[in-house]
Ligand binder design. Structure first.
Ligand SMILES: C[S@@+](CC[C@H](N)C(=O)[O-])C[C@H]1O[C@@H](n2cnc3c(N)ncnc32)[C@H](O)[C@@H]1O
Length: 274
């Protein structure tokens, strides 16, 4: 499939990857190097994974006109809004892909990406959904193949449990940390805010995160980390000033259990490490 508008200098490009099993993998991936996308040779190609409605993607594309930004999301409506925003802003270096949790190695060739950005990824706090987190071990192993030598992965999130879980996965997958911070905004005060950063910081969040690059391939890759994000909450849940997005229910539940134990004179309830 030729993506709508490709090759004629169109601004916002919206590509579905579910058309006859083709689509994005024809437009990108090994068949069609993305570096030459839209008849231009781009200095760098950066993937904004889980781009939502593209506010951040379009803002950074505006700031770096020689870099091609690829926004990808599993929500079709978000991707359409993102492409509309790119058109409205006259941005020619942002393209958007709708794909239902694809294997990124089918969309991008080996070493094709100069960076992957993950801004406020969906946390999926429960153990049974850990594999859906964008920083889950198997995904980190796949990213190794599509990142160019020296290219990095950057995470920003409101959730220290998500960040700390992700650090365990980086280590198993053999990534080297460039930095890890509890306050990424303080490190990069001039960077555009994503929609979720604006929304959650207004609710009291501080963005934490890291940047990491693949190191030598690990000899043994085995999941050994606790998978429920509850395991990464502080022991003393009452002291938590800000409850991470998506964890309100389980934090309320933990607080209730501890209060019940205290009221009944039972031993203090502690969170499970699972
Ligand atoms: C909390 S929103 C953040 C959106 C945006 N990055 C921001 O910071 O405003 C998380 C986004 O990740 C998307 N998402 C979840 N799983 C994904 C996956 N496997 N691949 C790509 N996007 C995904 C969701 O559809 C949602 O739009």
């Amino acid at each position: 499939m030729q993506p709508a508008g490709a090759g004629n200098g169109a601004h916002g490009v919206f590509v579905r990857s579910d058309t006859c099993g083709q689509g994005a993998s024809d437009a990108f991936g090994n068949f069609n190097p993305i570096r030459d996308f839209s008849q231009k040779t781009w200095n760098r190609v950066i993937l904004d994974l889980g781009c939502g409605k593209g506010e951040y993607t379009v803002a950074v594309a505006n700031l770096h006109p020689n870099v091609l930004f690829v926004g990808l999301d599993v929500e079709e409506i978000c991707v359409m809004r993102a492409a509309e925003l790119a058109v409205a802003e006259g941005v020619t270096n942002a393209v958007f892909i709708y794909a239902d949790d694809p294997d990124l190695r089918e969309l991008f060739g080996p070493g094709e990406l100069d960076g992957i950005l993950m801004n406020f990824p969906t946390p999926f706090p429960k153990k049974k959904k850990a594999h859906l987190r964008l920083t889950y071990l198997d995904r980190l192993m796949a990213y190794r193949e599509i990142l160019a030598p020296g290219a990095s992965l950057r995470l920003r999130t409101d959730s220290l449990p998500f960040r700390d879980f992700s650090l365990t996965q980086l280590e198993i997958a053999g990534y080297d940390l460039r930095w890890s911070s509890d306050d990424v905004r303080a490190m990069f005060p001039d960077e555009p805010m994503s929609a979720y950063e604006s929304k959650l910081t207004a609710q009291g969040a501080t963005a934490c995160g890291f940047e990491a690059v693949p190191g030598p391939a690990p000899e043994r890759v085995e999941q050994t980390a606790p998978l429920s994000l509850v395991s990464y909450l502080p022991e003393n849940i009452e002291d938590l000033d800000y409850v991470p997005h998506g964890m309100q229910g389980c934090v309320a539940n933990m607080r209730g259990r501890r209060a019940n134990c205290r009221a009944k004179g039972l031993p203090e309830w502690t969170r499970p490490i699972v």
